[in-house]
Ligand binder design. Sequence first.
Ligand code: ZN
Length: 240
Amino acid sequence: MADAPSSPARPAQEQAYYGDTYLTDTEAYVVASGETADDGGASPWIAVSPNIFHPKGGGQPSDEGTVDGVRVAPERSDDGLVILTGDALSAAPLAVGAAVRCSVDAEKRRLHAALHTAGHILGALGEARGWRHSGHSHFPGQARLDFDPEGHEDELASPELREAVRAELQTGMDQALASRGAVTAAVDETGHRTVTIEGVNAEPCGGTHVRSLADLTNVRILDVKIKRGAIKVRYEAEHA
Ligand SMILES: [Zn+2]
């Protein structure tokens, strides 16, 4: 159970989503509140701790959820705090120190974590081919990784070659998933978080991930294209 924060000046916020992807309902305390000025109006925001809401970032969408039953949307403020905004917050203002019930859409969280984790594996498979990772989106229905095509034009010069590469990536993905490697995360003393997929790779990341590769299913490499100066590999994935 969380302790009530004691220092309102510079609120500490425990990022519970870093430690547990599957914690989607918890009691928390309001540790800060304020108003954002945007689009000509002021909207109230709160920050809670422990915080289970993942704000959009690193190609992963924001969580959707509620605080005391009121719909909120998370975002990261300039000073690194995860803040929650929602129109209905103005109807029932929450004071710093108030205990609240937080809930995240668990199905979406699981899907986002599955797509995001599969993206790590695909990135490692591309880099193993000598491709340089240049971008990504892990949004449902539009998940893809981008790589720099420089020096790799020949291997992707025809539809047949691109299909062969797609099939190779699928084989590599299937082999990685069959290993059922553990997925772990560690935050160092400077706040940098490293996510390690056993047998695959380790990289800095602030997203949410499944517990092990056994949690992934229906991971499909859909196609490989060269478009707008990038190798684009589209994929899909589901949580088992
Ligand atoms: Zn990640």
